[in-house]
Write a protein that binds this ligand. Structure first.
Ligand code: MRU
Length: 377
């Protein structure tokens, strides 16, 4: 297997186009998204003029990934407020657009609370809308800062667990600057290792069925100049058994109070493999992903997606109801099991890395203390 360290390329941004931006053309405020369903083929912007367009964009995965969903949800509330829509109705629709990533509901609630506080204080909906927008912008900025801090904590942990550098890291789904105000979660750690010459290779799971690994993580990795190799999800076992994986780094959509981690389907089998092969399994996520209201993994609602994503080889821009418009790979009428996420129990997680620091071992008490610390900060 090729084993050189790649040092060229410093561009952490996967695209020239901002992943999300607020704009105020003469016709009124809009939220502009980089349409992730079109990557890596083309960078196309999607303009949302109201919350319902954003709900559609969230459901179709034009905008996706836990931290970015939080940011988008907050801007969505600001958009509804600025355009004079019913903010409570828009908030409910946005928060319910996808169920698993807790960041979405968090972002929506944060902007909604700012709006309501504005209304209560000045009684003027224009000022209240401005306060919702300020809350969305603050969350966006905080997420960027959290990325930087997670990368630093994550790299320090890798160096501690794997002295000597030359890390060969396996990752799943997509966790870089396409999902964040900054450089992301798990991918930001790999990027930090790469920049310091300590990443030997990033193994990228293609992440069936919607191929966030092949389409998006490979895109980010290529732009950064790091050495990376794409594999089918079911090739991971042979990679472990060949001794080619030093650590697994993934993000999270929700971390329950007991430390159970919901992330893109296929994460749990990696955790089982990692334990069998004595390889650290590390989860990188901002504190906003920790949900103390959800007691355990069984209480996490896992999104079920349409069967055609499995029965057809399709890209996410295909219609999400009925036939997917992709190439059928199964007999017509075949039923499919298509959960978007799975849940990894805390005993398989070596560490949770957040901007507030590292939790290891992953216990209810340690997570509660982390959240309390971040609320005090
Ligand atoms: O269905 P997606 O593409 O929104 O799923 C994204 C993931 O599962 C990511 O791994 C997760 O949101 C963590 S991103 C930092």
């Amino acid at each position: 297997m090729a084993d050189q360290y790649a040092q060229s390329g410093e561009d952490s941004r996967p695209t020239e186009t901002p992943v999300i931006r607020w704009d105020e053309p003469p016709e009124g405020p809009v939220l502009v998204l980089l349409d992730q369903t079109r990557l890596p083929a083309e960078e196309v912007e999607l303009v949302c003029t109201d919350a319902s367009a954003l709900v559609d964009a969230i459901r179709s995965l034009a905008v996706r990934g836990a931290p970015l969903l939080g940011i988008a949800g907050a801007y969505g509330v600001a958009l509804a407020a600025a355009r004079g829509f019913d903010v409570d109705e828009a908030s409910r629709a946005l928060a319910g657009a996808r169920p698993t990533a807790v960041n979405l509901a968090y972002g929506v609630e944060r902007a909604r609370a700012a709006y309501l506080a504005g209304l209560a204080k000045v009684g003027d909906s224009k000022t209240a809308a401005a306060m919702a927008l300020a809350a969305a912008r603050a969350l966006h900025q905080e997420d960027a800062e959290a990325s930087t801090r997670m990368a630093a904590h994550g790299l320090a942990l890798l160096d501690e667990l794997l002295p000597g550098g030359g890390h060969r890291i396996l990752t799943h789904c997509n966790t870089g600057s396409l999902v964040s105000g900054g450089e992301g979660t798990a991918f930001a750690v790999a990027l930090a290792a790469h920049r310091q010459g300590r990443l030997r290779r990033l193994w990228v799971d293609e992440t069936r069925p919607l191929l966030q690994g092949a389409r998006l993580t490979a895109y980010e990795a290529a732009r950064s100049g790091m050495a990376y190799t794409l594999l089918t999800d079911n090739a991971a076992g042979s990679l472990f058994s060949a001794g080619e994986v030093d650590a697994v780094l993934i993000g999270a959509d929700r971390i329950a109070a007991d430390g159970s981690v919901a992330n893109k389907v296929g994460s749990y089998p990696l955790a089982v493999l990692a334990r069998y092969h004595h390889v650290p399994f590390i989860v990188v996520a901002p504190v906003t992903t920790v949900d103390l209201e959800t007691p355990d993994g069984a209480a996490i609602e896992v999104e079920q997606r349409p069967g055609h994503e499995v029965t057809e080889v399709t890209l996410p821009q295909a219609p999400v109801s009925g036939g997917g418009g992709g190439v059928p790979v199964a007999p017509l009428g075949t039923q499919a099991y298509n959960p978007a996420f799975d849940v990894t129990p805390p005993e398989l997680v070596t560490a949770v890395v957040t901007e507030e620091g590292v939790v290891s071992p992953v216990t209810t008490e340690a997570l509660a203390e982390l959240v309390a610390r971040s609320r005090r900060a």
